[in-house]
Design a protein around this ligand. Sequence first.
Ligand SMILES: NC(=O)c1ccc[n+]([C@@H]2O[C@H](COP(=O)([O-])OP(=O)(O)OC[C@H]3O[C@@H](n4cnc5c(N)ncnc54)[C@H](OP(=O)(O)O)[C@@H]3O)[C@@H](O)[C@H]2O)c1
Length: 281
Amino acid sequence: MTQQPILITGGTGKVGTRIVSLLRRRNVAVRVGSRSGVPRFDWTDQDTWKRALAGSKTVFIVPHDGELLTRPFVQQARDLGVERVVLLSGRGVDVPGYAGDDNAAGRTHIDGEDAVRSCGLAWTILRPGWFAQNFSEGFFRDAVLAGEVRLPAGDGAVSFVDAEDIAAVAVAALTEDGHEGQTYELSGPRALTIAEAVELISEAVGRTVRYVRLTVEEFIAHLEGEGWPKADAVAYADAIAPIRHGMDEHLSDGVQRALGRPPRDFARFVKDAATAGAWRG
Ligand SMILES: NC(=O)c1ccc[n+]([C@@H]2O[C@H](COP(=O)([O-])OP(=O)(O)OC[C@H]3O[C@@H](n4cnc5c(N)ncnc54)[C@H](OP(=O)(O)O)[C@@H]3O)[C@@H](O)[C@H]2O)c1
């Protein structure tokens, strides 16, 4: 086992858990960066950063969306002897008008990418598009379970990327040479509309799950009806806007470039998630 653990912030999330298990399978020492980790790591409590970073030469960063904390974190990491960082960002951050000027996650990613590129450490940036696992572990899961995915996504298609691929690229960048200075944009191998994605899930689980096209106004009113604050409802609608505008349907070559193989198809994600019981109520 390597003595110096790789720190995986977000190590309990969709991407981080997969990185942790891939590394452990290779007998690489890992420290899970989480508010429930030992030592505890909390983005909002800078006193916890030093102990989480202590002794690590390599760090995976899942940033704290809405805050500009990646820069001071990377500076502290460098001061403590970290040599390599891999940052999880998002596709579209460099596309004008992608998610609106007020997008909090976008600001976090733009500042975080700049901080990582200018910190003097070896760096790799991952820019995934929409995760397939949003349907099984994220934003859309409850709607899938309820049988209706209500979104203002029009007929826009999305080249959903499997978090397994994001994690595999992250592991390559964390453990192998040759990925320094690379920005990997990551997508799946084809674009699907929300209706098509939901139909595949519906077939796999054997019950009806349908896509309900909403206008932006209907969507915001629907979320407010569920108790969402207006600002959060508007922010969610803004996050969906790129799908409606066809800005997420292009394919990216990052998985192929980083791993020398094509990305996993959405149908394989659906099969694996259904087998794992992701949509059992
Ligand atoms: N979902 C998408 O389609 C998509 C697409 C592109 C980019 N992204 C980006 O991906 C990132 C999210 O990655 P993910 O989906 O793998 O994560 P996730 O499943 O949403 O999990 C969030 C992670 O962040 C940790 N976390 C939350 N608050 C924290 C705090 N105060 N201090 C320390 N850790 C904290 C959580 O750990 P604990 O709760 O255990 O502390 C957990 O490990 C975001 O930056 C997002 O912008 C997402």
